[in-house]
Ligand binder design. Structure first.
Ligand SMILES: Nc1nc2c(c(=O)[nH]1)N[C@H]1C(S)=C(S)[C@@H](COP(=O)(O)O)O[C@H]1N2
Ligand SMILES: [Mo]
Length: 330
């Protein structure tokens, strides 16, 4: 397709984010409180502006009473967590813009009512309201590492439920081979979706075996509260052995297929981003090394070596027995 000659997307978050953006983040946030906040508010479709939008969300989220939930001791970390204010203000969510500072824009997303479609190769297709789904899922907290393909990383507490619980709820047929997930579409609130050269909606997929792996998780909470919109409310995937772009946000649909899906990033740049996207420090991205990562810790940024499968090899390595010849690292 001709539109693929557009190059704007070829420089994701990456290398391209100047360190100063992060270093000055707190200063920037303070500055925002006084000034540009008004501008952001004016752009939001809320008469009361951004402050109003944030307040509405706090008051209205009907899942707030569910949190905090008990931490599952099988999923803790040796490293300190990333501070909440960093994890909630340094984000990737191209629906709201192709830069890291989208958290205010994301507040325009309406997360109630929110319905989820379950379809494709299932016993019975269904539509379920988010709060009905949450009421039926076993919620727990897990501490997970998160490694973006752009070589930055965070360590965060997700609340949510194992994706396996959703599979049991969805009852896929025996011939289902893949689970495909899809993000909301609404270019009234998500101005990135007006950029026609992106293949909206964002979709991602897993094999059924990956989806059933104990590590595959649907996050509905973050830092002991409902997950913020910028982090993927109300439903967001967490597959911590894979690069961050697999962690699809704002999910509205789970479809079961027998055909491998082409994901958003694969469609845009299949020579750089593929289906598997398993973290592998030994295989560089075509434009940068994956050997190390910039970890956002309590004392600022730290350089750390990247681990095979992001440190989760024990849980997931066997998923790939016999398919070592596939491009598992992209
Ligand atoms: N729908 C959607 N999901 C998305 C993205 C996106 O642009 N759109 N970006 C992905 C990428 S590249 C990363 S690194 C993670 C970032 O999640 P965080 O902002 O909660 O840290 O979200 C992933 N999920
Ligand atoms: Mo990412």
């Amino acid at each position: 397709m001709l539109i693929k000659i557009r190059r704007g997307w070829e420089l994701p978050e990456s290398a391209a984010t100047p360190e100063s953006v992060f270093t000055n983040r707190r200063t920037v946030l303070k500055g925002l409180a006084a000034g540009p906040l008004l501008a952001a508010g004016a752009a939001a479709p809320f008469a009361g502006g951004l402050g109003r939008a944030l307040a509405d969300e706090d008051e209205a989220d009907p899942s707030a009473h569910l949190y905090p939930v008990d931490r599952n001791p099988a999923y803790t970390l040796e490293r300190p967590l990333t501070p909440e204010d960093i994890a909630t203000t340094y984000n990737n969510y191209y629906e709201f813009g192709s830069y890291k500072e989208i958290w205010q824009k994301a507040q325009a997303l309406k997360i109630r009512p929110w319905t989820v479609e379950i379809d494709g190769l299932v016993e019975q297709p269904m539509t379920v309201a988010i709060d009905d789904l949450l009421a039926q899922m076993p919620l727990e907290e897990r501490l997970y590492r998160h490694r973006c393909v752009e070589a930055w990383s965070i360590a965060v507490p997700y609340s949510g439920f194992p994706l396996k619980a959703l599979l049991d709820f969805a009852r896929p047929l025996g011939d289902a081979k893949y689970l495909v997930m899809q993000t909301f579409e609404d270019d009234d609130v998500a101005e990135g979706q007006r950029q026609f050269w992106y293949p909206w909606p964002y979709i991602e997929g897993l094999t059924m075996a990956e989806a059933a792996n104990e590590l595959a998780f649907i996050a509905t909470g973050y830092y002991g509260k409902p997950i913020p919109k910028q982090n993927g409310a109300p439903l967001r995937l967490a597959v911590p052995w894979k690069y961050g772009f697999k962690h699809i946000k704002g999910i509205v649909r789970f479809s079961f297929t027998d055909e491998r899906p082409v994901s958003f990033w694969e469609e845009l740049a299949g020579h750089e981003y593929g289906f598997w996207a398993n973290v592998n420090p030994d295989v560089p991205h075509p434009r940068w090394s994956q050997a190390n990562e910039r970890f956002y810790g309590p004392d600022g940024q730290e350089r750390r070596p990247t681990l095979l499968h992001n440190g989760y090899a024990e849980q997931v390595a066997s998923l790939y027995d016999g398919i070592e010849n596939e491009l598992l690292y992209m």
